[in-house]
Write a protein that binds this ligand. Structure first.
Ligand SMILES: [Fe+2]
Length: 672
């Protein structure tokens, strides 16, 4: 064997060059000759990933192995394997759970390859993959899907069957490939019967009844189970994947090596758990990255990396978990995740972010998602890209998602008033201003300590003055209207401007502004983020500064719903259904007539966030992109729901939104 073939053997990403022909072999126990003709199986199928012009990473895992076992990889340019281009024998090792990860180099650009694995007398299924076009060469079109959030334990995986019908160059996965918990509240919805309950060998039970993965064996169990599904296997066998992780490959809303299940829990490091999560991801994902097992840090792997596809597109994949600072307002400071990660008052977050940066002499490090090294790398990639498009595989949304609670409640009150007294419609704008003013004054009068529970007591001074213009007397107001208005009042804390989710870029506003400034200052255009995480479809422009008087669009963010995970809407629905303090805001999430609920959350979001061109908060699905030099065309596919435990038959798509980003303009057009 030629040691030079195996560039990354130290971290167990083996490599060989396709020009070396048929005889390469290496590794402990590697030899091929004299092996007993035992038949091994490949229960997790085959996969490929990280397409570069000259290389691909090929993956499989041996079932039934009890000791290190030689595995031969064969590559051909035809599905029949009539002529084998390259054959190499590596070793499936117990210490890596018998996974095989092999990088083949010296391949031809823009070429389809077929691959399979042999162990003993066992032969795997055949996988198909495709290298990227050569750097700088003209490329007229790329077609790919981007997906995220494939919770095994809820809904269904019909999306994979449908993606299989497409002719894709690759699939981008934005993370939440696995969920580290089973039995959590968000996983208790219906699931297809073919997905049985997962049992984690060492799982830790939480007080809410959920169990979370805590060891390498637990995380491996999750990947093995997810990858046992024939539809996911088929997707991997059909297309190369370019994957990064989000939080659930380790722990919900995680940062660095910190878990966040209970308030203040993230004060303690969970380094070995994080390292186990890293290792399992590394073992099971066909990614061209190294894991340094000898490095005792949790930062023993680097998954941020770059791809290019001819002169058409650069794709930058970032890691938004391993280097990110704690949420700007820690859970302990807020008392819970409400006020820390969710429903965070915008002004409080801005003030604390400013304080943290001042204390660090203006550095973004204490308020960063990317960390300083990766941030500089991102800027360098964006500056250096000489392709028409710059795509960014970005886990959490860059789009501002805020709600002005005072405006929202005043709007609801006004709707009620006008519904009961149509004659007041002419005074709508004056009444709105008067209500907002009265509510603001009343909410400010509630002591801070009681704001979460106490409703304000407005005197309605200004509202009464406007109503007097319409002939509504004070006694009529007090007897007939005031009780209606008071009945709609939520707790005082709601009368503020909120960021819905500070675990996404909204919670790291200063760094987002710095990235947008870099693009703007250097006139870097045609930047489009491909995003997952939030279990909803969104699309819109990312602004240089969302809080400016006139924000300027800099790039575009396209956000795909989860493949199966419960929707963003469903979380808010359960909050307003179960929380006394948020219950009064129900009409901002849904209305109900004759037992039928209608989603109002989409319009609540677009009302307060005019940059959102698409807001579809109650969906599962996937996104397809066709990219040409002139435009990026994207379709968001919303899937039909589960029926009696069975995934919908093909076509599983219920509806499609079609969007376009035209080269030269950082904006999204929704096509009719
Ligand atoms: Fe998710």
């Amino acid at each position: 064997m030629d040691r030079r073939q195996f560039l990354k053997a130290g971290s167990f990403l083996t490599a060989s060059a396709a020009t070396l022909g048929l005889t390469g072999c290496f590794g402990r126990g590697g030899g091929g000759g004299g092996e007993p003709a035992r038949s091994y199986t490949f229960p997790q199928g085959v996969a490929s990933g990280d397409p570069q012009p000259a290389s691909l990473v090929l993956w499989t895992r041996l079932g039934d192995a009890v000791a290190d076992t030689p595995v031969t990889i064969e590559i051909a340019t035809s599905q029949s394997f009539a002529s084998i281009l390259h054959s190499v024998t590596v070793t499936a090792q117990a210490q890596w759970d018998y996974t095989v990860r092999h990088k083949v180099t010296a391949l031809q650009p823009g070429t389809t390859y077929y691959y399979r694995f042999r162990a003993g007398s066992g032969v795997s299924q055949v996988g198909r993959s495709k290298t990227a076009p050569a750097a700088g060469t003209p490329v007229s079109q790329l077609k790919f899907a981007f997906i995220s959030c494939q919770d095994w334990s809820v809904n269904h995986w019909a999306a994979f069957d449908e993606l299989l019908q497409q002719d894709l160059d690759f699939v981008v996965h934005l993370g939440d490939y696995i969920y580290e918990t089973v039995g959590a509240a968000f996983q208790t919805g219906k699931v297809e019967t073919r997905h049985s309950q997962i049992t984690l060998p060492d799982g830790v039970k939480r007080s809410d009844g959920a169990t979370y993965a805590n060891t390498l064996a637990d995380y491996r169990t999750l990947y093995k189970t997810y990858r046992s599904d024939s539809r996911l296997q088929a997707l991997h066998a059909a297309f190369p994947i370019i994957a990064v992780w989000d939080d659930h490959e380790f722990s919900d809303d995680a940062w660095q090596d910190r878990q966040n299940y209970t308030t203040g829990e993230d004060a303690a490091k969970a380094t070995s758990r994080r390292r186990d999560a890293n290792q399992a991801w590394f073992e099971y994902m066909p990614a061209d990255v190294s894991l340094d097992a000898a490095n005792p840090s949790f930062q023993n792997i680097q998954i941020y990396r770059q791809f290019s596809f001819g002169n058409l597109a650069t794709l930058v994949m970032t890691d938004q978990r391993l280097y990110r600072a704690d949420h700007v307002i820690p859970e302990l400071g807020a008392g819970s995740e409400i006020g820390s990660r969710y429903f965070v008052p915008k002004s409080t977050l801005a003030a604390v972010e400013g304080q943290k940066m001042s204390a660090a002499s203006g550095s973004l490090d204490p308020v960063s998602i990317l960390g300083s090294t990766q941030r500089q790398w991102w800027k360098d990639q964006m500056s250096a890209a000489n392709t028409t498009w710059k795509l960014w595989g970005n886990e959490v949304s860059l789009l501002r998602m805020q709600v002005d609670g005072t405006q929202a409640v005043a709007g609801l009150m006004l709707q009620g008033l006008i519904a009961a007294n149509a004659g007041l419609a002419a005074l709508q704008n004056q009444l709105m201003n008067a209500l907002v003013s009265d509510l603001t004054t009343a909410a400010a009068a509630v002591p801070s300590a009681s704001k979460a529970t106490q409703t304000p007591a407005p005197a309605y001074t200004q509202t009464k003055a406007v109503l007097a213009l319409a002939g509504v007397s004070a006694p009529v107001f007090d007897a007939g209207i005031k009780p209606q208005l008071d009945a709609a009042l939520p707790a005082a804390q709601f009368f503020d401007v909120f960021l819905l989710n500070a675990d996404q870029w909204d919670g790291y506003n200063a760094e987002r502004k710095a990235l947008m400034k870099h693009l703007k200052d250097n006139a870097i255009g045609n930047v489009v983020a491909l995003t997952g995480d939030i279990h909803a479809f969104f699309a819109g422009s990312v602004m240089d500064d969302y809080d400016a008087a006139s924000p300027v669009p800099v790039m575009v963010d396209l956000v795909t719903a989860g493949v199966s995970s419960n929707s963003f809407y469903s979380y808010f629905e359960s909050v307003v259904d179960s929380s006394a303090s948020f219950g009064k805001t129900k009409p901002l999430i849904y209305t109900e007539q004759n037992g039928v609920r209608t989603n109002t959350f989409n319009s609540t979001l677009t009302t307060f966030n005019p940059w959102l061109k698409v807001a579809n908060t109650d969906a599962q699905g996937y996104a397809l992109v066709t990219l040409t030099p002139a435009k990026l065309s994207c379709s968001f596919h919303t899937l039909k729901t589960l029926s009696a435990g069975v995934a919908p038959a093909q076509p599983a798509t219920r509806s499609t939104s079609r969007l376009e980003v035209v080269a030269g303009s950082p904006s999204v057009t929704v096509l009719p």
